[in-house]
Design a protein around this ligand. Structure first.
Ligand SMILES: [Zn+2]
Length: 256
């Protein structure tokens, strides 16, 4: 479809200036994309939690870390397929501390920490799954993206968070509205919230976001979050959102 646009613009050069301008813009966009591909951004993908701290527990008793590890691996694969460079942070789950995550990411262009969400204890209900008592919720589901106003590059962080959120919505994912109870909205429409005191978001030199893929305490959403087709679609939305926001960074533009 974009390939068709430029010849059409030439054909209507004289009598359709707005169209011509649009196609020159599209051409310029492709030119810049080529430049960006020549020096791909390095994305640090962080697997939230680890072997000792499994994070939240799903409605069926699976640790959050297992969800994070699985999805981060899929995301890293999609990013690499698209020519982005990836630095894996805590993929084995053995990182020593929270601060070690941004330290290992230093030198990258962007940091994204992968998590799966839970809900406060008071909202949990008991049920039995495969003979064991577990807890679940029905009141919260959907993804959430967090940024810190204390990050050294809050502008890029927020632009990337909004870009990721917009791509998530376009791919059919719904943001959780639940975060509005505790967090200031950064871009509520796209599911982006402020979480200023997260170590991985502010004790860093990089633009950074924390991504909550969904609520694993929600019984239906837990199954959806483990579905390979849906995971691939979500990873595709994230990779597109990240590429789009880094593409307009002043640093990339100056490389021209
Ligand atoms: Zn987590």
């Amino acid at each position: 479809m974009p390939g068709m646009a430029f010849p059409l613009g030439l054909a209507t050069w004289r009598d359709n200036w707005p169209m011509t301008f649009k196609n020159v813009f599209i051409f310029a966009l492709f030119f810049r994309l080529t430049v960006a591909i020549a020096a791909p951004p390095l994305i640090a993908v962080d697997v939230g939690h680890g072997g000792l701290d499994g994070g939240a527990t799903s409605a069926r008793g699976r640790p959050e870390f297992a969800f994070n590890q699985e999805f981060a691996g899929i995301l890293a694969g999609v990013l690499r397929e698209r020519g982005q460079a990836v630095r894996e942070i805590n993929f084995a789950g053995d990182i020593g501390s929270l601060i070690a995550r941004p330290v290992q990411a230093a030198g990258s262009d962007f940091f994204i920490s992968i998590h799966h969400d839970s809900i406060g204890e008071s909202w949990l209900k008991p049920w039995i799954w495969e003979g064991a008592e577990q807890t679940y919720t029905e009141v919260k589901r959907g993804y959430g993206i967090f940024v810190s106003a204390q990050n050294p590059d809050p502008e890029t962080s927020l632009r990337c968070a909004s870009s990721i959120g917009a791509m998530m919505r376009r791919a059919g994912f719904a943001p959780s509205t639940w975060h509005g109870r505790k967090h200031l909205a950064a871009d509520a429409e796209n599911g982006v919230w402020y979480y200023d005191n997260l170590v991985v978001l502010y004790r860093t030199t990089l633009p950074a976001v924390l991504f909550e893929a969904g609520v694993i305490k929600h019984r239906d959403e837990e199954l959806e979050l483990a579905d390979p087709e849906r995971q691939a679609r979500m990873a595709d939305a994230l990779a597109t959102g990240i590429a789009a926001c880094l593409f307009v960074r002043p640093k990339v533009a100056s490389a021209e």
